[in-house]
Design a protein around this ligand. Structure first.
Ligand code: SAH
Ligand code: SF4
Ligand code: F3S
Length: 462
């Protein structure tokens, strides 16, 4: 019998990948994805724990869903409610206690067991026993038990190749919520990539919390690192673009840097978080690299691929960060020049070593520093995008835009490009003449179309 499933995804791309895999796991049970929670026989909230407020946000969503659940029950229809992801892993017991209407709580490493959990929740229809909690770190990785990915991946697909983290930056919950570092075997990754390409993907983004720490068992009996894997994937016919995220500066090895210069499919864009421009702060963060190491990696990358665009993550207001430390971050940003970046005010996460540090920076001071950094980063993003105006760039079209006659894709440098064109172009790569920019992206016209009547900028971004 057909049943409906709604998954709401928060957090990083790996959560988006996991949500898609949960859909695959539940498909044989007859579950089909729907857009609205209110229409669903089962709702999964796939949560993120990286910064504060995540838990409160979850409880407010759960409060709203309790009303939906009750309304459905009144009309004789059940709604199974599940919480997944990193908040589930970190605070599973608390969720069960505070929200007894939640049927299932499961962590990022156990969702291959969903069918069994759903069956148990189904048998427990009158909720006479407690909800189901599964936040194990199983010895056998979930990947060995997941079905082949189904559905249509879309032109740009995600593929998890590595998961977990052994780096233990002092501010970060990921080593606790995702567990120890694990790399999938090469053959499994290539098989999954083939299926994605056969399903219509033209671009694959390889995912991992520490993706460039990848070292997976290969058919030749060796461990391959990421550079070697990218070379193998680049051989797949129909796969035009390869990206990977998120990388750690320490793991940018020589071969991976060479791949940027030598493999056409490896896109000239890299998200390489630095977090701070001060050695003192990097040390307190346990980042295990210094500012100079980061500079050197950037130099080597640019020597291999002069047009590479860089992105990064920054945390401001880490405990003990002085004005001078923060100035050093601004200096590094000016020196490197980023095409885009993400920046956050430090958020103390329970259970992490940094949460115990003194010398907290007042919120208002951290807020001011963040605003100054974001101004600078926005200026850099604007000038990077300005430099693309009047150029012709190949764009992989991924989806419809908000405007009915508009579609959206990405340039090789990961800039979103909005173009007035037929939706039939989605899934193709076409040359686009860039005619303007918005705050976060570019506006263009198909280069082979008549350029006499470009779409007015306001209309194109409406
Ligand atoms: N694995 C990736 C991403 C981790 S989370 C990496 O190592 O880069 C993504 C970003 O969130 C981090 O790079 C960091 O900038 C930010 N972040 C993580 N924990 C944080 C915290 N406690 N407070 C503020 N920002 C945080
Ligand atoms: Fe978190 Fe650091 Fe690991 Fe990234 S490298 S996931 S920031 S502990
Ligand atoms: Fe968030 Fe977990 Fe990803 S904490 S950023 S969903 S790894």
């Amino acid at each position: 019998m057909s049943k409906t499933l709604h998954i709401k995804t928060y957090g990083c791309q790996m959560n988006a990948y996991d949500s898609a895999r949960m859909t695959d796991v539940l498909a044989p049970l007859g579950y089909q994805a729907v857009d609205r929670a209110d229409d669903a026989d089962m709702v999964i909230l796939n949560t993120c724990h990286i910064r504060e407020k995540a838990t409160e946000k979850l409880f407010s969503d759960l409060g709203r869903l309790r009303l939906v659940q009750e309304a459905r029950l009144a009309s004789g229809r059940r709604m199974i409610l599940a919480v997944a992801g990193c908040v589930a892993q970190a605070e599973g017991v608390e969720i069960m206690r505070r929200a007894p209407h939640v049927d299932i709580v499961f962590g990022p490493q156990t969702y291959h067991r969903l069918p069994e959990m759903v069956a148990r929740a189904g048998r427990n229809a009158d909720r006479r026993s407690a909800g189901i909690l599964d936040t194990d770190f199983p010895v056998e990785p979930k990947f060995d038990h997941l079905p082949a990915n189904g559905g249509e991946p879309g032109p740009s697909a995600f593929l998890t190749i590595q998961e977990g983290c052994d780096k233990f930056c002092t501010f970060c919950v990921v080593p606790y919520t995702r567990g120890a570092e694990y790399s999938r075997p090469v053959a499994d990754i290539i098989a999954e990539a083939r299926r994605l390409v056969a399903g219509g993907a033209r671009e694959i983004t390889l995912l991992g919390q520490n993706v460039n720490a990848y070292h997976g068992a290969a058919p030749d009996g060796r461990d391959w690192r990421l550079g070697r894997l990218i070379r193998a994937l680049a051989e797949l016919a129909g796969l035009d673009r390869i990206r990977y995220t998120t990388s750690h500066p320490r793991d940018m090895d020589e071969e991976l840097i060479r791949v940027h210069g030598e493999v056409d499919a490896c896109m000239p864009y890299l998200h390489l978080p630095v977090q701070s421009g001060s050695d003192r702060v990097l040390e307190a963060m346990n980042r295990k690299h210094r500012v100079d190491d980061y500079r050197r990696v950037v130099e080597r990358l640019r020597a291999a691929r002069p047009d590479i665009a860089l992105s990064s993550d920054f945390i401001v207001g880490f405990p003990g960060e002085t004005k001078a430390d923060f100035e050093a971050t601004l200096r590094l940003v000016r020196e490197v020049g980023f095409a885009q970046a993400y920046s956050f005010r430090y958020s103390a996460r329970p259970g992490t070593p940094a949460a115990l540090l003194g010398n907290r920076i007042p919120k208002s001071e951290a807020g001011q520093r963040l605003a100054a950094l974001q101004d600078l980063l926005q200026q850099q993003q604007d000038s990077f995008n300005d430099a693309t105006v009047h150029q012709v760039v190949p764009v992989l079209f991924e989806r419809r835009g908000r405007h009915p006659s508009q579609i959206v894709g990405r340039s090789p440098h990961f800039q979103p490009v909005h173009v007035a064109a037929d939706t039939a172009q989605i899934g193709t790569v076409a040359d686009v003449r860039i005619v303007g920019r918005t705050k976060h992206g570019l506006i263009g016209a198909l280069a082979d179309a008549s350029c006499d009547a470009p779409v007015p900028v306001r209309e194109a971004i409406a």
